[in-house]
Design a protein around this ligand. Structure first.
Ligand SMILES: Nc1ncnc2c1ncn2[C@@H]1O[C@H](COP(=O)(O)OP(=O)(O)OP(=O)(O)O)[C@@H](O)[C@H]1O
Length: 262
């Protein structure tokens, strides 16, 4: 088997009085979709924030594509090919949908934000190629009719698609998705599942997915890692893991049944 694209070992993160992540690790193979699940407060967000470099770990090792990235800040991990989406969307609301994509691409290509927004200095051919790619992706994500609309004029479901398109335009090797199904209607969850699978199949993007919606986890993930109190308590195919008594026990009283049936 080839080396994993992401490999995380022995990670510890303490906040005052709380050990949020307590020696957990995980890996994502090339082309794999891995789910990170666990009850509320089990350390999932803290873990992904350390994977993307937004938060430093107290200890542990992070390797990306065979390279030790433990000491690298978020922007350098992004340039190596790591993208992420946020549960609370972080789009530029006053910009158009297309400009959000152009900006994301320019940032990933090392241009300054102001050059990108004001259109100063970028080489014309490069600018046109980026614009063509943005239009292509807007079509791919069914966003073409909204290209010139301000992001804030879109529904939450459409804004989530913009967030995904914005990640994909940077050509990531790994896309970390933080609760992409949050707030979506069931038909939009179906579309999301299909699109994430296509992102992997057509663009070869490996995916680490934090998700509470068990339907998304079951339908999409090749493998699931379960955290509880900052430790890994189970790992394996979604069908087996969600039946594991240790996992069920961890969730009892914390909404497991409601989520498992969703
Ligand atoms: N910045 C912080 N300061 C102090 N404690 C924190 C901080 N961030 C997280 N924690 C604590 O760390 C633990 C893990 O939190 P985390 O948000 O990573 O869990 P989670 O699994 O993502 O939860 P949820 O499913 O509710 O999003 C919790 O006890 C939380 O209160």
């Amino acid at each position: 088997m080839s080396d994993p694209i992401l490999s995380v070992e022995g990670v510890v993160k303490r906040f005052a009085g709380v050990t949020a992540v307590d020696g957990a690790g995980l890996s994502v193979g090339a082309g794999e979709i891995v789910g990170l699940i666990g009850p509320n407060g089990s350390g999932k967000s803290t873990m992904v924030n350390m994977v993307t470099g937004e938060m430093p770990a107290d200890s542990g090792t992070f390797r990306f594509d065979g390279r030790d990235i433990t000491a690298l800040p978020a922007w350098r991990r992004a340039r190596l090919g790591m993208a992420r989406s946020f549960q609370m969307l972080r789009l530029f609301g006053s910009l158009s949908v297309e400009d959000n994509l152009l900006l994301a691409r320019h940032i990933s290509m090392k241009r300054s934000m102001w050059e990108s927004v004001l259109g100063a200095r970028p080489a014309r051919e490069e600018e046109e190629a980026v614009r063509a790619r943005a239009r292509e992706l807007l079509g791919w994500f069914d966003l073409a009719p909204f290209a010139d609309r301000k992001v804030t004029a879109l529904s939450i479901g459409q804004q989530r698609m913009v967030e995904l398109a914005r990640g994909v335009i940077a050509d990531p090797r790994l896309f970390v998705l933080d609760e992409p199904a949050a707030g979506l209607s069931p038909p939009n969850v179906d579309r999301l599942i299909a699109l994430i699978r296509r992102m992997r199949d057509e663009f070869g993007i490996s995916i680490l997915l934090v998700e509470h919606d068990m339907r998304v986890v079951r339908d999409l993930c090749d493998r699931v890692v379960v955290l509880d109190s900052g430790t890994k308590i189970a790992e394996g195919p979604p069908a087996a893991v969600t039946q594991d008594p240790v996992v069920v026990e961890a969730y009892i009283g914390r909404g497991w049944k409601r989520r498992a049936q969703a």
